[in-house]
Design a binder for this molecule. Structure first.
Ligand SMILES: C=C(O[C@@H]1C=C(C(=O)O)C=C[C@H]1O)C(=O)O
Length: 180
């Protein structure tokens, strides 16, 4: 059951919708990846450390959309730092990810998050072990506004000393092929 549909206009991750619970018909292999609370960066690096790269597509201040504001239980009238990336393995994009960082998080313990460049966010978040994070919520999206295929993904709020940031990760066909 869809519980939330994003109203954010976007060419990177379009038509986002979030589910109340995991669908019963997903393959156990996909569910294992979707529901894994550990670092996705590390899981990909464990497959092939040498070819793992982060491609930063965009990083900019953007107005927080109403649906994300509701998910974060925060005011919609604020700018957040948005980081859009692809995580590549074997020269192909495996994960398409968007991170939303409120200004208050960047002003506090997340100062370094604006200067990550092509270093993976996961390495920073998981540096001291398992970080505080909310349970994963599964969702669907299209890779672009023109995209035809639906992707599976998830989102979760991480906390850096009680300061939130939201990470959304969608799984691209090369990752799904690896599962088979
Ligand atoms: C949150 C993690 O970091 C990954 C790295 C990202 C980045 O560099 O922007 C974005 C999403 C994640 O898949 C993780 O490894 O679990």
């Amino acid at each position: 059951m869809v519980v939330a549909v994003s109203d954010a206009p976007s060419t990177f991750l379009a038509e986002l919708s979030w589910l109340a619970e995991s669908p019963a018909d997903l393959s156990p292999y996909l569910l294992d990846w979707l529901c894994d609370q550990g670092s996705l960066t590390r899981r990909l690096q464990a497959i092939d450390l040498d070819s793992f790269t982060v491609e930063v597509v965009a990083e900019a201040w953007q107005p927080l959309d109403a649906e994300s504001a509701s998910y974060m239980a925060t005011a919609a009238e604020q700018q957040v730092w948005v980081r859009d990336v692809y995580l590549h393995l074997f020269g192909q994009p495996w994960v398409q990810a968007r991170t939303l960082v409120p200004a208050s998080t960047l002003a506090g313990p997340g100062q370094h998050l604006q200067r990550l460049g092509d270093k993976p966010l996961g390495a920073a978040l998981f540096r001291h072990g398992q970080p505080d994070r909310t349970p994963l919520q599964l969702g669907r999206a299209k890779a672009t506004e023109q995209g035809e295929d639906w992707l599976w993904g998830r989102r979760s709020t991480f906390f850096l000393q009680q300061h939130p940031l939201v990470v959304m990760e969608f799984f691209l066909p090369p990752l799904l092929e690896h599962l088979q």
